[in-house]
Design a protein around this ligand. Structure first.
Ligand code: IMP
Length: 204
């Protein structure tokens, strides 16, 4: 593991997300500092818009470079539900409710999306998108991870759900790891302090 050469705050109350991000970003020599507070969330169908706004507000409030993330589970046969409303769906119908909605449904394809936005004082937020394709299992399996992990089987990972994988293995397939890797490559390539004409071609 390389020594940490850079630091960034991650605005999240979710310890699972924080652990995943620390593991991914440490490979790039980036130390993640947790900012465990509520983020300002706008209503939108666009995960990038949501996480950009959260990162902008928090960066203005605290005056530090930081990332914020918005993620969601998009089930094809439900036309993308719960998508940007995944957190609400998890709190209300939960894993069992989603399985119930899919009872007897043959097409179980789904994808997780993660929109990681970076913002620093004086900069416009930048968003990096990661997608993990897979399908919804017939029953909940595994005890690791969080949220809908027990019912999501990523493509390429055999028959196992995210909740049956350790953190390092989940990070091989996960939407969050993909978004964070895009962010890390961009972040490491930048000259600091950033100017507003920074190359944004890596961003989604
Ligand atoms: P958030 O609004 O970004 O915190 O995420 C919305 C919801 O999506 C969370 O409450 C989780 O239920 C679900 N979710 C997001 N990412 C993951 C993941 O990596 N595994 C399982 N569930 C997730």
């Amino acid at each position: 593991m390389p020594p940490h050469e850079a630091e960034v705050f991650f605005l999240t109350k979710n310890f699972g997300k924080f652990k995943e991000a620390s593991a991914v970003l440490s490979r790039f020599g980036i130390r993640v500092l947790r900012m465990s507070e509520d983020r300002v969330e706008i209503q939108s169908d666009d995960l990038c818009e949501i996480s950009k706004f959260s990162s902008l507000e928090a960066s203005k409030a605290h005056g530090v470079p930081l990332i914020a993330e918005d993620a969601g589970l998009f089930v094809y046969s439900l036309r993308g539900f719960p998508g940007p409303y995944s957190s609400y769906a998890f709190r209300t119908i939960g894993v069992r409710g989603l399985l119930k909605l899919l009872e007897g449904v043959v097409d179980r394809r789904a994808e997780f999306k993660s929109a990681v936005s970076f913002c620093a004082p004086g900069l416009d937020p930048l968003c990096f998108l990661g997608i993990a394709r897979g399908r919804i299992s017939e029953e909940a399996r595994g005890s690791q991870g969080f949220g809908f992990d027990p019912i999501f089987i990523p493509d390429g990972g055999g028959e196992r759900t995210f909740a049956e994988m350790g953190l390092e293995e989940k990070n091989k397939y996960s939407h969050r790891a993909k978004a964070l890797e895009k962010f890390a490559r961009w972040f490491k390539g930048e000259k600091w302090p950033l100017n507003s004409d920074a190359d944004r071609s890596e961003a989604e």
